[in-house]
Each structure stands twice: as C-alpha cells, then as structure tokens.
Design a protein around this ligand. Structure first.
Ligand SMILES: NC(=O)c1ccc[n+]([C@@H]2O[C@H](COP(=O)([O-])OP(=O)(O)OC[C@H]3O[C@@H](n4cnc5c(N)ncnc54)[C@H](OP(=O)(O)O)[C@@H]3O)[C@@H](O)[C@H]2O)c1
Length: 286
C-alpha cells in the first residue's frame, strides 16, 4: 500500500477495511471445498488472485477470460498447488461464445455453485469528450452488464433447483461515490447491481444470494495507464482477491468501503450536497 498524507491514510483505513465486522461464517475452505466456482476475468489482477486462493482452499475453479496463455498459467498454478482448475477461454463480448462456454461448463461439471462476475473494462472519459462516443456506453454494457447477466441466466436455474448458490459481482467504489468522468463504466456496473437486487428479491428463500462488492482502487493492469493513481491508496490484487473470498464466506448483500457507504447515506439525505461533493472532486481532477 502506498499513501500520501493523513487524509489518504484515514480514507484508506475506511476504504479498505472491507465489510463491517460481521458474525463469522467459517473458513474459506468450509465455504468452497467441493464447490464449483466460476471466476470470470481470471487471467489477471483480482480474478486471478481470487481464483488461486479458491483453488488452494479446495474449490473446483473454472477460469474464464480471453488470453489463453495467462489463463493456462493461472490454471497450472492452482493445479501445481494441488487444486482443481479448468480453463475456458472466451471473449465475453461475444454473446454466442459466452452462451456456448456456459453450456460447455454445465456439461463438463454438472453445474456451478458460486459465480464471480469479475471480468470488466473501465473507461475514463469525461462528458465533453464523449459526445461522439455512444459506443463507449455500448461496450461497457456489453461486458460489465450483459455478459454478467448471461452468466447468471446460465447458472441460476441449477442453483435454484439445488437450493444453493452464491453470486458475487465485482463492482466499483465509484458506484457509492458516483463516478463523474467514468459515466459509461459506472452506469454499466450500476445496472448489474440493480438487476441483482431484483433477482435477490425473487430468490431469497432459495439459499441463492447475491453480493455486490464496491471494490476500492486496486493496483492492477486496469489502472496502470492512469498516472493520477500512482500515489493513491490502493489494494494489491492479492488483497482484493481476499475481499472476493471474504464475500463468498460471508455472502453479505453489499460489501465496500465504509467511507463510500457513508457517502451513499449523505446522498440519500441530501443529493444536492452529494452532487456538490462529486462536482468538487471532478473539478479537482481526482
Ligand atoms: N483495479 C481497480 O482499481 C478496480 C476497482 C474497482 C473495480 N474493479 C473491477 O475489478 C474487475 C477486475 O479488474 P482488474 O482490476 O483485476 O483488472 P485486470 O487485471 O485488467 O482484469 C480484467 C479481467 O477481465 C478480463 N476481461 C476483459 N475483457 C474481457 C472479455 N471481453 N472477455 C473475457 N474476459 C475479459 C481480462 O482477461 P482477458 O484480457 O484475458 O480477456 C482480465 O482477466 C473489473 O470488473 C473491474 O471493473 C477494479
């Protein structure tokens, strides 16, 4: 973790403590041993780190992403450590390929017990540079929302029938703070959040749970090109992978930085104040 000054230290402490303290529900091994866990975006960053921890804890890990070499390397790392893992290379932007991959996974393994919707792309582009870029909104929706929905539609029938299922959606802390400058990205993640809230309302009595993780900044390839983050407080991919694993163990409905959750409370009480804070943040270039 890198930091600058007391403000970042204090904010980091609030941002990265993960969920509020909660009743422990056992260990990761107890939660995943013998379970089939599908992780999208498992070729790098948060997804890769989570997949490796899950494999070490006894899950059968099903890894999905486009880059075959990286996917095979992550799979090998799990298998070499004594775990079970299978790679399913797939471009989740391609609806037909995504559905074929889900069908193959269900055929090979008989079902999925835990789904981690982690694959994603981020776009930082302010409004004044977006007027001719409706496709930014389409491509973030295609991957961050529609692909994740396709995954859920594929695995939920089996989860509901077996009366066990955990769906973990990796969203962004910007979904709590608001994301001026990241509108296409934040909107696509918000859509995933909303659809999961509706699904949860339908499946609550079936032991099928949905967790929204409002992930703070993580030092992965996704943020590497943005030098504004060089000195910002952040999690390592391994720490973020453990947040995903915690979500599986505790399966809270929402999980995220305390600071961001307080921001949401302020927004609920006075949206004008929250708008003003968002505008100040955007104007200051953060
Ligand atoms: N880093 C952060 O600060 C941060 C903060 C909040 C939330 N998040 C979220 O965390 C998730 C993981 O991101 P990361 O930070 O770990 O970045 P990353 O290392 O770039 O990982 C992104 C993953 O998504 C996969 N992916 C991208 N496009 C895909 C496609 N069309 N089909 C299949 N897989 C695809 C990538 O694999 P391939 O390239 O091999 O396909 C890669 O495994 C994302 O949903 C991101 O929005 C990140």
């Amino acid at each position: 973790m890198t930091s600058t000054g007391w403000w970042f230290q204090a904010k980091h402490a609030l941002d990265t403590r993960g969920p509020f303290p909660r009743r422990r529900r056992g260990t990761l091994a107890e939660a995943v041993t013998g379970r089939r866990v599908l992780v999208t975006g498992a070729s790098s960053g948060i997804g890769r780190a989570a997949a490796i921890d899950l494999g070490a804890a006894g899950a059968t890990v099903l890894l999905v992403a486009r880059r075959e070499t990286e996917l095979d390397e992550a799979t090998r790392t799990i298998v070499t450590g004594g775990g079970k893992a299978f790679a399913y290379p797939c471009d989740l932007n391609d609806a037909a390929a995504t559905e074929a991959t889900i069908a193959r996974i269900l055929d090979d393994h008989g079902g999925v017990d835990i789904l981690v919707n982690n694959a994603g792309r981020s776009i930082r582009r302010p409004l004044d540079q977006s007027y001719d870029r409706a496709h930014d909104f389409e491509r973030t929706m295609r991957l961050n929302y529609l692909a994740a929905v396709r995954m859920m539609l594929g695995v939920l029938p089996g989860m509901r029938e077996r009366r066990y299922g955990r769906v973990i959606n990796v969203l962004s802390a910007a979904n709590l703070f608001g994301g001026p400058g990241y509108s296409a990205y934040v909107a696509s993640k918000a859509a995933l959040d909303e659809v999961s809230t509706s699904f949860q309302g339908e499946t609550l009595s079936e032991n099928v749970t949905f967790t929204s993780i409002y992930m703070p900044l993580v030092r992965t390839a996704m943020v590497a090109p943005d030098n504004r983050y060089l000195k910002a407080a952040s999690l390592s991919p391994e720490e973020a992978g453990r947040v995903v694993c915690d979500a599986i163990v505790h399966h809270p409905r929402r999980m995220g930085p305390t600071f961001g959750r307080l921001t949401r409370l302020v927004d609920a009480i006075s949206t004008e104040r929250a708008d003003a804070a968002r505008h100040r943040r955007f104007a200051s270039g953060i």
